[in-house]
Design a protein around this ligand. Structure first.
Ligand code: ADP
Ligand code: MG
Length: 462
């Protein structure tokens, strides 16, 4: 067999065993340059890819090659571009390939696929959060491994699994991916995902409507409970009490519990001792911060998923500028993509620099609810007081939802306090508004521009 065909056949096998983003990222631009004495020489586009293939995928590559050509004993890697029409040529080809069953879409422009990705009302899981699109690097390796272990030994291994890490580093993505993965293996598994704030809201409602028994039943009859952002629950004893009993009920039945938090249990000051010791009795894994190479990989994968090709140095510039938050990394990438769509010529490195530094400059500014409300009102040319009353006029409903969304996203205001501010509404209205805007953002990319413009506005207010 000719070396080019051999590599294509091996790639076809590798593609099956790797996640789509890993495959796209690592095998793009590779080829076989030489086979001598049973050693195949694989060329890779850069040093980082070389190291990664050597360290992480060597066994799989060798295995795949041997399946196709039994006389291959080893593989070596060199840096160099493939001259043959090789892999992943679609990375340079922006036209969508409809036939790809796995094509992934992350927070972007491909709205046709987005409509299917709505939250499942039974489980509360968002199908967009899967392992397919979750990139693993040294920063989250431990948490990822622990997640895999929970999938293998549901309820019988690490229980609870406690994942902690800073904002925007993939906690929600990871813990929901566990739920989605388990459900894809067993449709009848009872899974429930809930952010702790929403859980507290449900308790408040249940108390008011005398439906506590129903609520208890709802949470105690699951096989897997995923509680996101538990740090909020630590603010009130009543809620902790309720959660403690649910936790115990599940734990005693060997039902799996997964918890996330922005810090480890011992650092949540108001967490009750009995809950803390319960958490510490399971597996605690942290998600750290991705290093430069991993940030670059994340950007490449996300750009590839959107079928957008950006110059390597542009991506490197973003990865260099945004260090501590994957959500912001995505945000900056989206802005660069948007800018490059708007201009005819390929985007220059200076333009990227400007976008990234704009991102950072904004990050440090002081924002207040007052500024947000003022900016929203000005932007939509309505009165501030219309935002703050209960008026249902159509032209104020959306601006009000956007204002609520900003209070939540930018200032992390609690839902009850947001509801209170905007005409004495209750927390469910605030939650609904924030979710509505977050969902619209996924479906209508142009809303992102609007949001951006409003944000620039309140950031520039004195
Ligand atoms: P957290 O819950 O820790 O604040 P999220 O899970 O909401 O963070 O992640 C923020 C964004 O970054 C999401 O869009 C998520 O899909 C993306 N993201 C986070 N970690 C990864 C990862 N390892 N690979 C791919 N995307 C990621
Ligand atoms: Mg989260």
């Amino acid at each position: 067999m000719e070396k080019h065909e051999l590599w294509q056949a091996a790639l076809a096998k590798l593609e099956l065993s790797l996640s789509r983003p890993s495959f796209l990222t690592w095998f793009h631009g590779t080829g076989i340059t030489d086979i001598q004495n049973g050693v195949a020489t694989v060329n890779v586009p850069n040093g980082f890819a070389k190291e990664w293939l050597q360290n992480k995928y060597h066994k799989s590559i060798l295995g795949a090659l041997r399946e196709v050509a039994g006389d291959i004993r080893d593989v070596s890697y060199i840096i160099g571009r493939s001259t043959e029409p090789g892999t992943g040529s679609f990375l340079k080809d922006p036209s969508p390939k409809k036939s790809r069953p796995h094509s992934i879409v992350l927070g972007g422009a491909d709205d046709s696929s987005f409509k299917e990705l709505s939250v499942d009302p039974d489980t509360n899981l968002n199908p967009r959060y899967t392992f397919e699109t979750f990139i693993v690097g040294s920063f989250n390796e431990l948490a990822h491994a622990a997640a895999q272990s929970v999938i293998k030994n549901l309820g019988a291994g690490y229980n609870p699994l406690f994942i902690y890490g800073g904002v925007g580093l993939g906690k929600t993505h990871l813990i929901q991916a566990i739920g989605n993965e388990l459900l894809s293996r067993n449709r009848s598994l009872r899974v429930r995902y809930i952010p702790s704030e929403k859980y507290m809201g449900e308790i408040v409602d249940a108390l008011r409507n005398q439906e506590m028994n129903k609520l208890k039943e709802k949470y105690r009859s699951v096989d897997l409970l995923i509680m996101d952002d538990i740090q909020f629950i630590a603010r009130t004893e009543k809620m902790q009490e309720e959660f403690f009993h649910t936790f115990n009920a599940l734990y005693e039945k060997n039902k799996q519990i997964i918890i996330s938090s922005d810090r480890p249990p011992q650092a949540i000051a108001t967490l009750e001792e009995r809950l803390r010791s319960r958490f510490e009795g399971g597996m605690i894994a942290d998600i750290g911060q991705p290093d430069f190479e991993t940030r670059l990989l994340i950007l490449k994968t996300k750009a590839a998923a959107k079928k957008i090709s950006l110059p390597e140095d542009a991506l490197a510039q973003i990865a260099d500028g945004i260090k501590t938050n994957i959500r912001e990394l995505e945000g900056a990438l989206n802005r660069v993509i948007m800018a490059s769509k708007l201009s005819a010529a390929p985007i220059g490195i200076d333009a990227v620099k400007k976008i990234v530094s704009g991102h950072q400059a904004n990050a440090g500014r002081f924002v207040s609810p007052k500024k947000i409300i003022k900016a929203v009102a000005e932007f939509y040319d309505i009165e501030e007081r219309d935002l703050l009353t209960r008026s249902r006029r159509r032209d104020v409903v959306k601006p009000r939802q956007i204002a609520m969304y900003f209070l939540r996203e930018e200032l992390k205001c609690s839902y009850p306090s947001i509801g209170e501010k905007f005409g004495g509404r209750d927390h469910t209205t605030a939650i609904h508004s924030c979710e509505k805007i977050a969902n619209d953002l996924k479906i209508h990319p142009e809303l992102e521009e609007e949001i951006r413009a409003i944000k620039d506005k309140f950031l520039s207010l004195p």
